[in-house]
Design a protein around this ligand. Structure first.
Ligand code: FRU
Length: 724
């Protein structure tokens, strides 16, 4: 369990220690310890990596623990590194891990500490034997070739400790009067050196110099000596590393805390260049020994100054690098935002297109639905027309028959059969109405057929007067393409009216223009020209515009009614209809026309509007214009005693008959009567002014004889002109 946990922890540190930028080379760096010397080296490696775009560094540290270092190396390999740089904690213990790495064709650079493995790719370090050797010679000169020395060694099993000791001992062989009083085992840390020296110090006497295998060990020993009460004079202290910076060996020597140090080069930059040479297949040196130098009180100040300068420049470089990195990051962010914005815009556009397409499709479906509904409606309308026409032809004759005496004389069985016939005809009619009602209700949601029909019947009932009371002098024109309907209508209407017939709209228009009938009944659904068009054209024609038109059809939907009235129709009767309803409607319209005539009877005298305005159909614009034209013409020609109806008709663009019928239909007077009334009216106005004699007035308004004028005047106004 603990093992698994450790392994997991190691993996975690390995993965989290790797940079996340996408690169070509991933280099793993396995440090044996964590201290200022290693930190400096790591910083140099990182700094150098900034000059190589495609490198990612993964740092791990074993904290002086060989087992941990083995696990870390394996994990680095598992994470997919391209090259391993390793500072082996101990020479022997991690050799196998190095072998395993090399066997996976991952190049291995061993640096600074040696390994037993022979499978490494390259080795880079300063010469530790030489350092120990040179330090011994310098110490000999410090002690003038005589004295007692205490050695504080590095970690047992690590190659620098062994080599520095060997170099040191070998060099001292030339100085027999220098004695190594004791060698204690350290582990490269200040604490360990302090503890070890403190422990051995009571057994030691007259130590002239302490040689620590690194500066930290020398300082640890110094602390132990300083704390000892038996020591009268502190020995000299020498170390190795000679690091720059505040607590580095160079400053310690400058400040006389150490008597000498030896620069142990970190060279992280060189290490990375070597790694890239290997990775990119360039030539490289398998064994690189880095040159170095001793730090003495004589050169420490200069070295410190120049190292400070280097550090400050490095700091500046670091600041610049950070800035550049920030700019790069900003740039990347901006790129990302731009791409994101572009994506959002594209997405919006796509959504717009989709929504627009959906909208178009919806519209298309709606239109199609409407079209289908319209077609359905038209189909029903057509069917109803087809059904209602024959039904009219059954219902009408049946009701006529029903009213005859012959029916009363029928045997009970036949009478029963006749009743069944009548009842079922009504039933059939009702069924068709219901069918249409349903369709109409669905389509318009307005008045249903039955409501309209009921209204029509109700209005008709209110207006109905006994049709035998009408004069048999009016002329009606029936326009229908169905010969049966024509015959049926003729049979109903001819007892009361002069009936003219036309089998289509064109013939109907010609007949109407020629005969100027008093009323027109027209079917709507006809070939050549439908009833609506026929009605519209009849109402536009100055000759026929005044004629009331009843549209007769099976089309019973609200919109058909509206359409019909828009075309100028005066009434609308749906099939099947009762004879009484039709006669009542005709009678009513003719009566209303009569009221219209009253308005124009006294054409020269403006009349107050009748009270029951809704009962009176006002002249249409065309009619009004015609009357105005007629009036203006007559006013202008009033004094012309020769003025004839033929001349007036010709000047107004009509035939004599057309003028006669039009004027008669609109005003109830003949044109001659109307002309006379106009003359008398003008005479009345002149009489009232009293500036002219009666004879003068008679002549001025177109009478040729004053005596005839006086007679006419008296007939019109009930008094002779002299009494005005
Ligand atoms: C740093 C260090 C140095 C010493 C070297 C020996 O980790 O302890 O102080 O010179 O390692 O490998």
């Amino acid at each position: 369990m603990t093992k698994a946990f450790i392994y997991f922890f190691v993996l975690l540190t390995v993965f989290s220690s790797c940079g996340s930028k996408k690169t070509k080379y991933k280099i793993g760096i396995s440090q044996c310890s964590e201290d200022v010397w290693r930190n400096k080296q790591n910083a140099e490696l990182e700094m150098e990596s900034n000059f190589h775009e495609d490198v990612t560094l993964c740092f791990v540290t074993a904290y002086d623990d060989s087992r941990r270092q083995i696990q870390q190396i394996d994990s680095l390999v598992a994470s997919g590194i391209d090259l391993l740089i390793v500072a082996p904690n101990q020479t022997e213990s991690i050799s196998e891990a190095i072998d395993r790495t090399a066997e996976k064709n991952i190049p291995v650079i061993v640096f600074e500490r040696k390994t037993d493995s022979e499978k490494y790719t390259a080795f880079m370090s300063a010469d530790n034997y030489e350092m120990g050797f040179q330090m011994a010679r310098y110490i000999a000169s410090l002690l003038s070739g005589k004295g007692r020395v205490l050695e504080v060694k590095g970690l047992p099993g690590s190659s620098p400790a062994a080599e520095r000791h060997e170099g040191f001992v070998n060099a001292l062989k030339d100085f027999p009067e220098i004695e190594i009083a004791a060698s204690v085992e350290g582990d490269w840390t200040q604490e360990k050196a302090y503890t070890e020296v403190k422990q051995i110090l009571p057994q030691l006497e007259n130590i002239d110099l302490v040689f620590g295998h690194n500066d930290r060990s020398a300082l640890g020993a110094r602390k132990a000596f300083e704390e000892s009460s038996n020591i009268k004079k502190l020995p000299k202290f020498c170390g190795i590393d000679g690091l720059p910076g505040k607590n580095g060996g160079i400053k310690l020597v400058r400040d006389s805390l150490l008597d000498a140090s030896y620069i142990y080069p970190t060279c992280g930059d060189k290490l990375l260049i070597l790694a890239l040479d290997i990775l990119e297949g360039r030539q490289y040196q398998k064994e690189t020994l880095l040159s170095s130098a001793i730090v003495t009180p004589e050169n420490a100040s200069v070295l410190y100054m120049s190292s400070e300068e280097i550090i400050s420049q490095r700091n500046h470089l670091e600041i610049l690098r950070n800035k550049a990195e920030n700019y790069l990051q900003d740039l990347t962010n901006q790129k990302f935002i731009t791409i994101l914005a572009a994506c959002v815009v594209i997405l919006l556009l796509v959504m717009l297109v989709v929504v627009y397409k959906y909208w178009l499709e919806k519209n298309r479906i709606n239109l199609e639905r409407e079209k289908m509904a319209q077609q359905q409606l038209e189909f029903y309308t057509e069917i109803s027309h087809q059904l209602r026409t024959p039904l009219t032809l059954i219902e009408g004759p049946l009701s006529t028959l029903n009213a005859t005496d012959e029916i009363k004389k029928l045997s009970p069985e036949n009478s029963e059969m006749f009743t069944v016939l009548c009842r079922n005809t009504s039933r059939l009619s009702e069924l068709i109405n219901r069918l249409l009602e349903k369709q109409s209700g669905k389509h318009s949601g307005g008045l249903s057929f039955s409501e309209i029909d009921a209204l029509t019947v109700k209005t008709a009932a209110q207006e109905t007067v006994p049709v035998k009371t009408l004069e048999n002098t009016f002329t009606l024109l029936i326009v229908d393409d169905n010969a049966d309907i024509l015959a049926y209508l003729r049979r109903i209407l001819s007892p009361y009216y002069n009936v003219l017939e036309a089998s289509d709209g064109n013939i109907g228009l010609q007949t109407a223009e020629k005969e100027v009938p008093d009323l027109i009944i027209s079917d709507i659904m006809m070939p050549v020209m439908d009833g609506l068009e026929f009605c519209r054209r009849a109402k536009e024609n100055i000759i026929t515009s005044h004629i009331p038109v009843i549209l007769l059809t099976a089309r019973s939907l609200d919109e058909n009614f509206v359409e019909g009235f828009k075309s100028g129709a005066d009434a609308y009767i749906t099939k099947p209809f009762s004879e009484d309803l039709l006669l009542a409607r005709i009678d009513n319209l003719l009566k209303n026309r009569h009221l219209l005539k009253n308005i124009w009877e006294k054409v020269s005298e403006p009349q107050p509007q009748p009270k029951a305005a809704e009962e009176v159909e006002k002249p249409t614009e065309v009619e009004d214009a015609f009357i105005q034209r007629f009036k203006a013409y007559v006013d202008k020609k009033l004094s012309d005693s020769e003025l004839s109806v033929e001349t007036i008709a010709a000047d107004l663009g009509l035939s004599r008959v057309q003028l006669y019928r039009k004027i008669k239909a609109l005003t109830g007077c003949t044109p001659v009567d109307l002309l006379r009334k106009a003359r008398l009216n003008a005479a009345m106005n002149l009489l009232k002014k009293g500036t002219m004699s009666i004879s003068e007035i008679a002549y001025s308004v177109g009478f040729t004889a004053p005596s005839y004028f006086t007679k006419c005047f008296k007939d019109e106004y009930g008094m002779p002109p002299g009494e005005v």
